[in-house]
Design a protein around this ligand. Structure first.
Ligand code: SAM
Length: 206
């Protein structure tokens, strides 16, 4: 029997969606279901960074995975024309997996040039630590989905979680560097619930 996976995300539904958002979920989302891709972003929230990836990598397929349906609806609204509900040309490379990324990984045969994880839920209470997504086990899983030069790029403003991830990396074969980088601001970065000065980033390679 398969081991029961621990849930790494909070709620799947928030406030009621607008009529347009519901239409996009019902009619457009099924057409954007991914099979393969070049770049993966895990837990995209409202999708600001997925959109940035699509704009800066117009020839790539960008897969965003996010189980929070209000976030999925925000991304769908932002990538479509308000009158026609059609995907805008600059976002044509976006595909959306509206569920747990681990279910997608079990189905795909893709190898990714980049796998992004920005502001993963820090689950700060000790009794919730097992819910943290970026365990050594999951990082080892992700490492199998990288192209030979592929990178896992992690950003978090929760420095205790950052240190915890660094500890997890020691139980993997991945090599880590701490880059000096800046990316577009995501919703969680803006909220800065951890109250720290800036996000810290990690780049992991096989
Ligand atoms: C704190 S939010 C950050 C959202 C976004 N990256 C940002 O910076 O604004 C973390 C997100 O990761 C998502 N998440 C957690 N576990 C996940 C999983 N197993 N697969 C996909 N997304 C997941 C959650 O639903 C949540 O939206």
């Amino acid at each position: 029997m398969e081991k029961q996976e621990i849930r790494t995300f909070g709620r799947r539904h928030g406030k009621k969606l607008s009529a347009r958002q519901q239409t996009l979920i019902d009619e457009l989302l099924p057409t954007l279901k991914p099979t393969h891709g070049d770049i993966l972003e895990i837990g995209f929230g409202a999708g600001e960074h997925v959109r940035d990836l699509a704009r800066t990598n117009p020839d790539k397929i960008i897969i965003g995975a996010e189980p929070f349906m209000n976030g999925v609806a925000s991304l769908l609204s932002a990538i479509t024309n308000e009158q026609t509900n059609r995907v805008l040309d600059e976002y044509r490379g976006i595909r959306i997996w509206a569920d747990d990324v681990r279910d997608f990984l079990r189905k795909t045969r893709s190898k990714f040039e980049q796998i992004w994880v920005l502001h993963p839920d820090p689950w700060p209470k000790a009794r919730h630590e097992k819910r943290r997504l970026l365990s050594a086990e999951f990082l080892n899983t992700l490492s199998k989905y990288l192209t030979p030069d592929g990178e896992i790029i992690i950003g978090t403003d929760h420095w205790e979680y950052f240190d915890w991830i660094c500890e997890q990396i020691k139980s993997t074969d991945l090599t880590a560097t701490i880059p000096d980088m800046e990316i577009i601001q995501t919703r969680y970065q803006h909220k800065n619930k951890a109250g720290t000065d800036a996000p810290k980033y990690l780049i992991l390679k096989n």
